[in-house]
Ligand binder design. Structure first.
Ligand code: NAP
Length: 297
């Protein structure tokens, strides 16, 4: 059973965690900070990141904490965050693509894409791309991207990415989480082809008590718990991301998740058919390159 106690000393490491002000992102940032890393809290609101910095400063961590403003629903904001980060930092050991939105009323990114697809996938595609040159020159660097069990029920509808046809919040969430996983695996293949040394690893955290379902009714949440069982606290769910980010056993191109799927401790997941669709992954990558104007690795 891999737990927080297994995290090695991270003194000298620099990590970015998106959506670090709450839920899984907060717990991930806390654990990295406790282990000695310099952690950049990449959050969409300055107030929340300042409060989180304050909260972490009161913890007995060995590391350091900084904040950066990052709104993944705007490619301009992603570029601005990266420009500032690259000016101020000479290395990036760990990038955790954690932030996410789920099950919300129909909304769009600044570029007009459906918000869940835009924030969860497109924003992180751009973020990783802008930061890739620094990841590439940082020895042993890793990109961890969060997916969800929901990917298995997801599918990509390339004709409806701006909700041209219709909108279904749960369907679009699953689509975004499938996109996150396809992205992580395609990035790994591209990195290997280039013989770069960066690891691209996917993680799914199981079912956790966080603010993710903030747009769902109490009834919807109760139904989810009836189907899945009790949710974990995010400190436990964050272990999948942490394992992917720091364990010597973690490998690029893998997905790590709780050993019982929705609950438990980090284990290697068996990838389902949806994740292995290389044609969809390549098409998704090409689309993201076109939308963001960034080509990498
Ligand atoms: N909780 C689960 O059971 C579960 C299961 C499977 C996968 N996941 C995945 O785990 C990740 C973290 O989710 P969570 O459960 O910790 O949810 P959460 O508590 O709602 O946290 C989500 C974080 O993402 C941030 N965020 C939202 N929109 C953003 C934007 N446009 N730009 C930058 N940051 C933004 C939020 O910021 P604000 O606080 O400002 O809104 C918040 O910090 C997500 O990718 C989610 O899909 C969670």
């Amino acid at each position: 059973m891999w737990t927080k106690k297994d995290i090695p000393d991270l003194t000298g490491k620099t990590a970015i965690v998106t959506g670090a002000n709450t839920g899984l992102g907060y717990e991930t940032a806390l654990a990295l900070f406790e282990a000695g890393a310099k952690v950049i809290l990449a959050c969409r609101t300055i107030e929340k990141s300042a409060q989180t910095l304050q909260r972490l400063s009161l913890m007995p961590g060995k590391g350091a904490v900084e904040t950066g403003q990052l709104d993944l629903s705007s490619l301009r904001s992603v570029k601005q965050f990266c420009t500032i980060f690259l000016q101020q930092h000479g290395k990036l050991d760990i990038l955790i693509n954690n932030a996410g939105v789920a099950n919300l009323p129909e909304s769009k990114t600044s570029e007009g894409y459906e918000l869940q697809f835009g924030v969860n996938f497109l924003g992180h595609f751009a973020l990783t791309g802008y930061l890739y040159p620094l990841l590439k020159v940082t020895s042993g660097s890793r990109v961890v991207t969060l997916s969800s069990m929901g990917y298995e029920a997801g599918s990509l509808d390339f004709e409806n990415l701006r909700s041209e046809k219709d909108y279904d919040p749960l369907r679009e969430y699953r689509q975004s989480k499938l996109a996150n996983l396809l992205f992580s695996l395609e990035l790994d293949r591209k990195i290997l082809a280039k013989k770069d040394r960066v690891l691209s690893i996917a993680a799914q955290p199981g079912a956790n008590n966080t603010d993710l379902m903030r747009h769902s009714t109490a009834e919807e949440i109760a139904m989810g718990k009836k189907r899945i069982g009790d949710f974990m606290e995010p400190a436990q769910g964050a272990l999948s991301s942490l394992y992917a980010a720091v364990s010597d056993e973690a490998r690029g191109g893998n997905l790590y998740q709780p050993d019982q799927g929705f609950s438990g401790y980090p284990a290697l997941a068996v990838l389902k058919e949806k994740a292995l669709d290389r044609i969809a992954a390549a098409r998704l990558w090409q689309l993201a390159e076109g939308v963001t104007g960034i080509q990498y690795p």
